[in-house]
Design a protein around this ligand. Structure first.
Ligand SMILES: [Mg+2]
Length: 230
């Protein structure tokens, strides 16, 4: 029997939270923009952090001043997926403390989900290095009607686990991801990576996952819930 202050499940974002894949995306997005004949601005790249494929490509096309033509968007999606897949297959770097944090949460007995905006095909490549054993279920961006910042991915993960969203704790690095979790009614432990994440009614912040203990997870969950209740 779990103690009442325990989260019912811990829901992990992937890119930028567990692995340093946002750096990989920075390379593959820049390469894709170049194949489209332009240079991606830093501002546009920042807007894409934590976003999904259609939204990111929309931002890229706007940034490059290209019309949203279906053929060209489809070609860009292919290039971006291929290039990112190549880089994922070459190996991903852990964010500080992420592997130990995954093991700590598993050892505490909490059900877990990987909740990512990344496509299933790319996520499968990433899972080769992250390890599937850390997750009870996995939800990808192309498996729900709307990706983050919509609540769908988190709602789907909670449903698959059979746990109420209000009893889950998400771990997120981006404003987009934190908003998605919050909209689903999920408390958020924010561990920023590439971009700052503003405070929110169901968010608690932590500098990194390094040294995260089960007691920290419980405390973060309780604190985020008490903010919501306040
Ligand atoms: Mg992320």
């Amino acid at each position: 029997m779990l103690a009442s202050e325990d989260p019912g499940a811990v829901l992990w974002d992937m890119d930028g939270t567990l692995v340093d894949s946002e750096k990989v995306w920075t390379i593959s997005l820049a390469d894709t923009a170049r194949r489209l004949g332009g240079e991606l601005s830093a501002r546009a790249r920042e807007d894409m952090v934590g976003s999904n494929m259609p939204r990111s490509l929309g931002i890229m096309f706007d940034d490059l001043g290209l019309p949203h033509e279906a053929d060209r968007l489809a070609a860009a999606e292919r290039w971006l997926t291929e290039r990112t897949g190549e880089l994922f297959a070459a190996g991903l770097e852990w964010r500080p403390g992420a592997l130990d944090a995954l093991r700590t949460v598993r050892a505490a007995g909490w059900p877990t989900a990987l909740v990512t905006n990344t496509l299933r095909s790319l996520t499968e490549q990433a899972l080769e290095s992250i390890g599937r054993e850390h997750f009870t279920v996995t939800v990808c961006g192309d498996e729900v009607p709307h990706g983050k910042p919509a609540p769908d991915p988190y709602l789907r993960a909670a449903e698959l686990l059979g746990v109420a969203p209000q009893q889950c704790l998400a771990v997120e690095d981006s404003p987009t991801g934190a908003m998605s979790a919050e909209r689903a009614g999920v408390a958020v432990l924010v561990v920023p990576c590439e971009v700052p994440v503003p405070a929110g009614p169901q968010r608690v912040h932590r500098a990194s996952l390094a040294g995260l203990t089960a007691a920290d997870v419980r405390a973060g969950y309780a604190q985020a819930r008490s903010k919501r209740a306040a």
